[in-house]
Design a protein around this ligand. Sequence first.
Ligand code: AKG
Length: 245
Amino acid sequence: MDTGLIEQLHASYTDRHGSSARLRESLRVGHQRYMITVRLKPPFTDSRLYANPVLLGVLTDLLGAERVLSSFSAVVSYPGAEDQHVHQDGGGLFGDPAREGSLPPYAVTAIVPLVEMNSETGTTRVWPGSQRPTDDEPGSIEPVDPLVRRGSVLLMDYRLQHGGLANRSARPRPILSLVFTRLWFRDAVNFGEQPPLLYGPLERRRMPPELGRLLPAAADASFERRALARGRRMVAMARKRLVRS
Ligand SMILES: O=C(O)CCC(=O)C(=O)O
């Protein structure tokens, strides 16, 4: 990806969230490590980010043509953050490891680093092949620590074992985490406390059509429900005020 775009995204991320990601809108996902849903407004709606032709081509190969953008978050590790626990973003679908291994991915996490991920800032350590469970001894896979430069993207099968490494640098290390899934998949585990996607009606109207087409219809339905609920609350409050006066 264009590194100029990554610089712009980094500046905008810092502007919006700075150090406040530790506060109420974020979810703690490790020591000094937080996840925050990124509001879908410029520059994060730039099609060079999510509709990059190389990225979409690979995603089509992995997930089929009906892939959707199911969540859009940032994960930031602050200076002094320790290694994150090893985890999968999502497990097997059927609770049957023997069969699971032969199934194609149902979701892919695309990590777009806003600063280089290296041994200082802490990369995401991955266990290649761990998305396909085998009878081998646990721990028999050697982990890999990829160097991911700005402008590169790290793609991980949702079932891959991974974990962010310690941030030994003096600066926060934000990464964007875009999850693309097959149309039918709903993540029932990771977004209990945070919305997977964040946008309002006006932002929805202003989105580039390529982004609108990538969003699951259910996301629109849920934002419409939230807008309706907000409208009803405002009417109820106005009524109460009228009754009191
Ligand atoms: O911080 C990282 O490098 C990875 C974060 C991550 O995988 C997660 O929180 O799910």
